[in-house]
Design a protein around this ligand. Structure first.
Ligand code: ADP
Length: 354
């Protein structure tokens, strides 16, 4: 296993599209890093530069203390697991998993041991003689992981490995990857557009937008202290409510309500007096309160068992509350809420005000 260092990585494709801008990240030995962001934000390009499948336009890539920026993919000792599995259809599970070792002309006894060990870890022992088409999507994904494991690579790269699986299997396979990571203690870089995968899997998340890193931190850091409006909106489901407002006289005046600032919040926003800000409130921080300053016209009451999502309008702005109760509001009800936790963002820069 190995540490990784990505310094000032840039990628400009032949058609002059710059896909990645000045990417910086140090990955510790054994860390699971998830690159997350919407489609087209540059995640796969970054991963493919690490794999050696794309040239690095500028910057430096170090794996295990060695500069590999110019090194061909095959020499980097990296294993990549793709969303389409890329298994050989005519080979058995065993042969698929043994393939790279056979190519390297390893001792057949050693190969046999490694394949059996990987199959055991992945629960594939009974499937070794089957062909990929006889397996479920989840099992195929495990074979693809098995192929990576037998090589004992320095780094595992995953490119949206779960996106071809149905929702239930995705959850199960995600948990398997997490257990696998713990068991192997492997350094992993994992790309997904799914914020739930990022929150549940990552030691640290790298959140990207339009080729730029927006924030790097633990799942809790990104959830609790998002660096800007993009991260705040992208991480968390349902997304954070965002209200445009103006700081004036100890409150933030928004369309339809005014948020009263506490003493410490006034202090924090002192330099923003008279200026436009964005008030961000996660749905679980919108709490029913008969004396509350926010009045919502309910449009939809969604019971999820433990919680209820209450959707509605506040001053013409769509708002969602996640209430820890079974609620039975009806369309047209007017319900009062207040906030028990808020985030402030500068309207102009969209950066968090801290
Ligand atoms: P993501 O993985 O986040 O969906 P990508 O890294 O695949 O994003 O793509 C980032 C940007 O680079 C996109 O604008 C995409 O159209 C562009 N891009 C990706 N691959 C190529 C390529 N081979 N040639 C030109 N542009 C590309």
């Amino acid at each position: 296993m190995a540490s990784l260092s990505l310094s000032n990585l840039n990628k400009i494709y032949d058609n002059n599209v710059q896909a990645v801008f000045d990417f910086n990240l140090d990955v510790k030995d054994g860390e699971l890093i998830v690159l997350v962001g919407p489609s087209g934000c540059g995640k796969s390009t970054t991963l493919r530069m690490v794999a050696g499948l794309e040239d690095i336009t500028s910057g430096q890539l170090i794996i295990d203390g060695k500069d590999v920026t110019q090194m061909p993919a095959k020499d980097r000792d990296i294993a990549m697991v793709f969303q389409n599995y890329a298994l050989y259809a005519h080979m058995t599970v065993y042969e698929n998993m043994a393939f790279s070792l056979t190519l390297r002309k390893e001792d057949p006894n050693v190969i046999h041991e490694k394949v059996l060990a990987a199959a055991e870890i992945l629960g594939l022992t009974d499937q070794l003689n089957k062909k990929p088409r006889q397996l479920s999507g989840g099992q195929r994904q495990r074979v693809a992981m098995g192929r990576a494991i037998v090589r004992k690579p320095k780094v595992f790269l995953f490119d949206e490995p779960l996106s071809n699986l149905d929702a239930k299997l995705r959850g199960a396979t995600r948990r398997e990857i997490l257990l696998l990571h713990k068991r192997l203690g492997a350094t992993m870089l994992y790309v997904t557009h799914d914020q739930t995968e990022a929150l549940t899997l990552a030691d640290r998340i790298v959140c990207m937008s339009m080729g730029y890193v927006q924030q790097i931190g633990t799942p809790l850091e990104l959830y609790d202290t998002p660096a800007n409006v993009f991260v705040a909106s992208f991480i968390g489901l349902p997304p954070m409510n965002m209200f445009d407002g103006v700081v004036e006289g100890g409150q933030i005046t928004c369309q339809g309500f005014a948020y009263p600032l506490s003493e410490s919040e006034r202090e924090l926003l002192r330099e923003h007096e008279g200026k436009a800000v964005i008030l961000g409130v996660r749905p679980e921080n919108v709490v029913p309160d008969d004396e509350g300053y926010l009045e919502m016209d309910v449009t939809l009451n969604e019971n999820l068992g433990q919680n209820t999502l209450v959707h509605g309008n506040v001053g013409g702005h769509r708002t969602t509350a996640k209430v820890r109760d079974w609620c039975s509001y009806r369309k047209g009800d007017r319900v009062r809420f207040s906030f028990n936790r808020v985030h402030f963002f500068d309207k102009e820069t969209t950066n968090a005000i801290r």
